[in-house]
Design a protein around this ligand. Structure first.
Ligand SMILES: [Zn+2]
Length: 420
């Protein structure tokens, strides 16, 4: 069976006038860190190019890796990534805005380890998770969050409705950007939703990806780079209505979107039209917007390449910080693979593994002090501030961090920023 295919139509509007807007290098699956016994196996590279639909303006990957390859050994546990406070606040808002109470039925699609549903369960609500990664679903079941280990499809939505009744709230965090079959997903959500129910989902926001150059948010699971206008029209075609959008800082910049069935009783907030207006002003639906992003990225790449060749001439040692899926494209885009001696990471589960493709060893953070690399590229871009703060000792001993975004910057002792 083929492990990837190239779709020929827009995921939201099914039109076929699609333009390549940002060419990216092909990379292995971002989170596919390998153990020592797999070092001899070459990892497959898959395209990561961004395309834009000329009809609705939606930006998307057209190359789709088989979800079985993507999700079978998924190692991303939301409960362990510092998202807990965000989930608590998000769950609180969903409960308040929708007057949920004991006995309300909440379904979370792509529920991961159940960290989000936990907040509803604590309040006596009925919860059900759905997640295709078997090991993750098992973990959730073991910790008391009932989770179906499957893809969310129409037949499953029907079965859940028959077994439990319609859902008062359906949530999907990032899943609505991670599925190839957006139309099928929307139809299944609509089928399971109670008449007065709401569908609440979080997706990363293209405006933030572009304006803050969030290269680390581009990986194979992340198929859709949403903007409000194409999304609102899409939901409308599927018999739903986008009634609220809220920008949140999670993952560098995301949207929490709320939708109801068409003709539902909730009033549409002004936020939807406000963001559409902002998108129009910025020219987001024009190809030029993404072409400028592409040019900014390539000038950052030239800077990084010049830095590396200088370091190499000087015989410096170079490491990286953060063994996460978001770092894989950074490693490939900036051509860091063959120059990095090792990657440090705080997570013991990552240590003793090797990076996707280049097979750079991942070692404990203590290597910053024991091996004192001259320079450390921060691949875990979301956590740059806390990484620098927590490792002041490394800087005090003469080490230097390099960040890519929003611009390429070298950071030395006492926040002395050596601009390039
Ligand atoms: Zn389209």
């Amino acid at each position: 069976m083929k492990q990837a295919y190239r779709r020929a139509s827009c995921r939201l509007c099914e039109q076929k006038d699609l333009h390549l807007v940002v060419a990216m290098p092909s990379t292995p699956i971002g989170g596919d860190f390998v153990s020592e016994d797999k070092l001899e196996e070459e990892q497959e590279l898959y395209p990561l190019d961004l395309h834009q639909c000329a009809d609705c303006g939606h930006v998307q990957l057209l190359d789709v890796v088989d979800p079985k390859v993507l999700f079978s050994h998924y190692t991303y546990f939301s409960g362990s990534t510092g998202l807990i406070n965000h989930f608590a606040e998000y769950a609180d808002n969903v409960i308040k805005n929708n007057n949920l109470s004991t006995g309300s039925f909440i379904v979370d699609i792509g529920s991961n380890d159940g960290a989000f549903l936990q907040f509803f369960k604590q309040k006596g609500m009925k919860v059900l998770g759905i997640d295709p990664a078997e090991n993750v679903a098992q973990f959730a079941n073991d910790s008391g969050i009932k989770t179906v280990p499957a893809m969310f499809e129409f037949n499953l939505s029907q079965k859940i409705k028959e077994d439990y009744g319609p859902a008062d709230v359906i949530t999907a965090n990032n899943v609505f950007a991670h599925t190839d079959d957006m139309i099928g997903m929307a139809k299944s959500v609509k089928n399971l939703l109670a008449e007065n129910g709401v569908f609440s989902f979080e997706v990363s926001y293209l405006l933030d990806v572009v304006d803050k150059m969030l290269l680390g948010t581009i990986f194979h699971e992340h198929l859709c780079y949403h903007t409000v206008k194409p999304l609102a029209s899409f939901l409308q075609r599927q018999g739903m209505e986008l009634i609220d959008v809220k920008r949140v800082p999670i993952q560098g910049g995301s949207l929490i979107c709320t939708a109801q069935l068409a003709g539902g009783k909730r009033k549409k907030s002004s936020s939807v039209d406000e963001l559409i207006k902002l998108e129009e002003e910025k020219g987001v639906y024009q190809i030029k917007y993404l072409e400028e992003f592409s040019q900014k990225l390539s000038s950052a790449k030239t800077k990084v390449n010049n830095l590396i060749s200088d370091f190499k001439k000087q015989g410096k040692t170079i490491a990286a910080f953060g063994a996460a899926r978001g770092g894989t494209l950074l490693t490939y885009y900036f051509g860091l693979g063959k120059y990095l001696d090792y990657i440090v990471d705080d997570d013991p589960r990552k240590q003793t593994t090797y990076s996707p493709g280049y097979h750079i060893p991942v070692v404990p953070t203590s290597a910053l002090y024991e091996r004192s690399p001259d320079y450390v590229f921060i691949l875990a871009w979301v956590h740059s501030k806390s990484i620098i703060k927590n490792n002041r000792g490394y800087l005090e001993h003469g080490g230097k961090f390099i960040t890519f975004f929003p611009e390429v910057k070298i950071i030395g002792h006492i926040n002395k920023e050596i601009s390039t």
